[in-house]
Design a protein around this ligand. Structure first.
Ligand SMILES: [Zn+2]
Length: 317
């Protein structure tokens, strides 16, 4: 997933033109199959078969650079794209975002338009009524402006919870996307689908090649781990070394000093949680997830302390 193209004022959501060109070149190789998100998800929902290295491309927020910079190139190379749009931002003369005429133009030229709430607020902080308003207001505007309500939804900031998912299911959305790293397959939660975020920091071509092939063997370069999120690095290490998730997490904790690792398969950690929080052993998964949220973004530090709490041998430093 992308946001902005060649708008270097915002490096966390932007991709440079050089990076974008290198991605386009890679997408065009015959080993990949770039298909529309709708087709990919319909195939998965109907238990169909997808080719190896199938990729879906999405762009969030309807930034102007999508129309001026990215879409002409995607179109030229016949690469299907879904654009997720927050309806409140689509007004005439907005400095940053497209207007409805431009969205209609994109739709006519083959871009799939997806829903992205009305205001782009953090949905997890809203009441039920406010969430319903976000969905219905956006649906009504799409119906008025495009004559159709999108069937794909992307959560603003990728944030959701069970309550939001259940509300969303009352509408005709087939699937909904987060923005956590991961590969989609037949076991994915259709209302919390992962996407790999591509921006200046994480737009490096080596990382990109790994993400779109999930093939780690060709370029063992420990430095590329620094360009990956924790979840990507866990997948990468597991693929590369044929090791399990726990081992990958230990490598990230001890070798790479990642600050936010929460190794939920670790027996020591689970034992320490039971002891410290007076929970049965094994502690309930829900509770482990509550703690993860509480300690975020310093789960590694919490893990160290929890390990120490059950380690009654004094340690010599
Ligand atoms: Zn967004």
């Amino acid at each position: 997933m992308y946001h902005k193209f060649g708008v270097s004022k915002y490096p966390s959501t932007n991709i440079t033109l050089e990076q974008f060109e290198s991605h386009l070149q890679e997408f065009s190789l015959s080993k990949y199959k770039v298909l529309s998100l709708e087709f990919i998800l319909d195939t998965i929902i109907n238990d169909g078969q997808l080719p190896n290295n199938t990729i879906g491309i999405s762009v969030d927020d309807a930034d102007k650079s999508f129309l001026t910079t990215a879409w002409p190139k995607f179109k030229e190379k016949n690469l299907p794209v879904t654009l997720f749009v927050s309806t409140s931002t689509i007004v005439d003369n907005n400095k940053n975002y497209l207007n409805w005429n431009q969205i209609r133009q994109l739709k006519n030229e083959g871009v799939t338009i997806g829903a992205h709430s009305h205001t782009h607020n953090h949905l997890t902080e809203l009441s039920n009524t406010e969430i319903i308003d976000e969905i219905e207001l956006s649906n009504n505007i799409f119906l008025k402006e495009l004559g159709v309500i999108p069937s794909l939804f992307a959560y603003p900031y990728g944030e959701t919870n069970e309550k939001i998912i259940n509300l969303l299911k009352n509408y005709k959305f087939k699937v909904a996307f987060g923005q956590h790293s991961g590969v989609i397959n037949e076991t994915s939660n259709l209302y919390y689908l992962p996407r790999f975020s591509l921006n200046e920091k994480y737009g490096d071509i080596k990382r990109f090649k790994f993400l779109i092939t999930m093939d780690a063997d060709f370029s063992h370069d420990p430095k590329i781990i620094n360009k990956m999120s924790d979840e990507e690095a866990i997948i990468y290490l597991s693929k590369l070394r044929q090791i399990g998730r726990w081992s990958a997490e230990m490598i990230l904790l001890f070798t790479f000093n990642r600050p936010n690792i929460w190794p939920v398969q670790d027996i020591g950690l689970l034992r320490a949680i039971s002891n410290n929080y007076k929970k049965k052993y094994l502690p309930p998964v829900k509770f482990i997830n509550v703690l993860k949220k509480r300690f975020d973004p310093y789960c590694s530090v919490a893990t160290w302390y929890l390990w120490r709490s059950i380690d009654n041998e004094p340690i010599q430093y």
